[in-house]
Design a protein around this ligand. Structure first.
Ligand SMILES: [Zn+2]
Length: 400
């Protein structure tokens, strides 16, 4: 139940956020995604979104991932919130059923998550069915904890916190469901100044479900992968990305920026497209995605950045600012660390770029497939230097 309450809060925050904008909250959670990849400039092959070419390790995890996702989904989006946890401790359930005084109603309400429809006001009661996100149901009684509805011709009950008189937009509904299922995403630091959305690439467990590679695209790609790992250190990419991103966050906050962190933990499930949309929806000024690269040739090393081409069908209009941002970031990054500057890779294959409505860059900070660079990037001082260099590039982009 505690978890339920938290999810409820998340849903409310997200709803309020969607209606009112990010600035209202010091912390918001939402969906979004991303991922990225790492591509080496002369590499034409691509694995979805990310680019770590050496991603063979993802496949074996897929079944687990799906299971985990379903589990999370069930815990959160599908469930309602029990009212009294002490009910479970009662030895004689049924003897003291709480009374629910309903305000009479006769209107339509909509599910904001996948929601169980129950025979009575208890999570122990039988499930008559499940409302899909956005599905309407006729409400006959209003109560703050349970809502009485008519479902398939009979009286039934759903958890009030997961329904609304407002019908969620398809995209919003999906995002809301993701948000409810996903803890630790969309953390907002209001500090005035420009808002920089930072996406620490990947997450602990990949999600091999598919999503469109761009708005309206028929081409699908895996939502997000777990990333590559250090060839010598064995450090998972998602872990390194997060540490660098946290240093970058602190560096930017110290310089007077506001920051939106797409995630601050490995335990999230947020697709690449969702990450971009989260950045979009918060009116971020730029979106900076942090990744580690990997290719089969272990001699290749250096940093590069990525942006869309000017012919990108989804957001080609963002090419110039994105290219400028990418150029400045890779230049300052390499100046700060001494890494080889491999320049900008323009690509339209990244969902986390294609879904963006703001200038974006993917920063491939170095090659985890190169033994020396892998070991350097495992050092705390080097990580801080990378963060500082990226922040210098962001400063230059904003003319500071
Ligand atoms: Zn990556």
């Amino acid at each position: 139940m505690k978890q339920g309450k938290k999810m409820m809060l998340t849903g409310i925050l997200l709803l309020a956020f969607l209606l009112g904008g990010c600035n209202a909250f010091s912390e918001i959670r939402g969906p979004e995604s991303d991922h990225t990849q790492e591509i080496q400039a002369d590499h034409t092959e691509e694995n979805g979104e990310h680019s770590d070419f050496e991603t063979s390790s993802e496949t074996p995890e897929e079944s687990d991932v799906t299971e985990a996702v379903e589990e999370t989904g069930a815990a959160a989006p599908t469930e309602e919130i029990p009212i009294e946890s002490c009910d479970e401790d009662m030895e004689t359930p049924g003897m003291m059923e709480p009374e629910y005084r309903y305000i009479e109603a006769n209107d339509m309400v909509y599910a904001w998550v996948r929601l169980n429809v129950r025979t009575s006001e208890s999570t122990q009661s039988d499930i008559l069915g499940v409302l899909e996100v956005g599905e309407a149901v006729n409400r006959t009684g209003i109560h703050e904890e349970w809502t009485r509805v008519v479902y398939q011709g009979q009286t039934a009950f759903v958890a009030t916190e997961y329904i609304s008189e407002i019908k969620p937009e398809p995209e919003t509904a999906e995002s809301t469901a993701a948000a409810v299922a996903s803890e630790g995403t969309g953390i907002y630091y209001d500090n005035g100044g420009y808002l920089v959305a930072i996406d620490p690439g990947h997450q602990g467990k990949g999600n091999s479900d598919k999503e469109p590679v761009g708005p309206g695209a028929s081409e699908m790609k895996a939502k997000v992968s777990s990333g590559t790992q250090g060839v010598v250190t064995g450090i998972p990419e998602h872990e390194m990305n997060l540490v660098i991103s946290l240093y970058l966050r602190d560096e930017l906050l110290a310089r007077g920026y506001s920051v939106l962190m797409i995630r601050e933990t490995a335990d999230v499930d947020i697709s690449n497209a969702e990450r971009a949309e989260l950045a979009n929806s918060c009116n971020s000024d730029i979106f900076v995605r942090i990744h580690g690269n990997s290719v089969s040739n272990q001699e290749i090393h250096g940093a590069l950045t990525m942006c869309m081409t000017q012919n990108n069908p989804y957001n080609g209009n963002l090419y110039m600012p994105s290219k400028t941002l990418s150029q400045l970031v890779v230049d300052y990054l390499c100046a700060a660390t001494g890494a080889v500057n491999k320049g900008i890779l323009e690509t339209d294959t990244m969902s986390g770029i294609n879904w963006c409505k703001i200038p974006v860059t993917i920063v491939e900070v170095g090659f985890m497939s190169n033994p020396k660079e892998d070991q350097a990037m495992a050092e705390d001082d080097y990580r801080r230097a990378m963060a500082k260099g990226i922040a210098d590039g962001i400063d230059a982009y904003f003319g500071r």
